[in-house]
Design a protein around this ligand. Structure first.
Ligand SMILES: [Zn+2]
Ligand SMILES: [Zn+2]
Length: 226
């Protein structure tokens, strides 16, 4: 069974998730932020082989560390063959460095993603299946990773404890975000753990009851505007 470790890294305090399969020693890093090179000694120490980097979306703070983990020239490093997974709808964002310039951050030239995510895709990691769910709204190609065996979702910037992702950046759409959070995330069992891209973990049940952006009252008020 996969184990998940959380690391808070970089100036925007991103949650970086290390998924490891204890039997096969295979590992995946989800959303490698700035400073993700700090995970390399840990991978060596635990004798883990990094298979892939999976990105929930292509905002720079979620992929800035990819260049540390995946060398651009396979002959230059020992970690050749590490896949970079991204939904194709976020490729334009990826090619514009994920908005880093707007926020005054520098991102060096990037390798090309070589694993295209799609909705309902099943990603194997050791003997555990991870399900991709397309959840556009914060960005057009945003996905979350659902691990039914662990009852948890790695949700990037879709939903936070008491909040949802911002939708004022390029390609953002708040109606879409709220609708897909309801259909793709809140439809899961109440005790499903939600592990966001920033801030503390929460649960489906807690957000269904308390998240002010997702309350029933909001649905009614939107459905019957005065
Ligand atoms: Zn984002
Ligand atoms: Zn973020």
């Amino acid at each position: 069974m996969i184990q998940i470790a959380t690391f808070v890294l970089g100036p925007l305090q991103n949650n970086v998730y290390l998924l490891e399969d204890p039997e096969s020693r295979q590992a995946v890093i989800v959303d490698p932020a700035f400073e993700s090179r700090r995970l390399l000694p840990l991978l060596r120490e635990k004798n883990l082989e990094l298979q892939a980097v999976w990105l929930t979306h292509a905002h720079f703070d979620h992929f800035a560390g990819v260049v540390d983990l995946v060398p651009r020239d396979p002959s230059a490093g020992t970690q050749a063959g590490i896949q970079i997974g991204l939904h194709p709808a976020d490729l334009p964002l990826w090619h514009s460095r994920g908005g880093a310039d707007t926020f005054g951050f520098f991102i060096p030239p990037l390798p090309e993603p070589d694993l295209a995510f799609f909705d309902a895709q099943s990603l194997p990691l050791g003997s555990t299946a991870v399900e991709v769910r397309h959840v556009p709204g914060h960005s057009p190609g945003h996905v979350v990773f659902y691990l039914p065996a662990l009852k948890c979702v790695l949700c990037g910037d879709t939903i936070f404890q008491g909040s949802i992702g911002r939708t004022d950046l390029a390609g953002g759409d708040q109606d879409s975000l709220i609708n897909v959070i309801r259909s793709q995330v809140l439809s899961l069992p109440d005790d499903t753990r939600l592990m966001p891209g920033h801030g503390p973990a929460t649960t489906v049940g807690a957000e269904r009851r308390k998240n002010p952006f997702l309350s029933t009252w909001r649905t009614r008020s939107n459905a019957f505007p005065e």
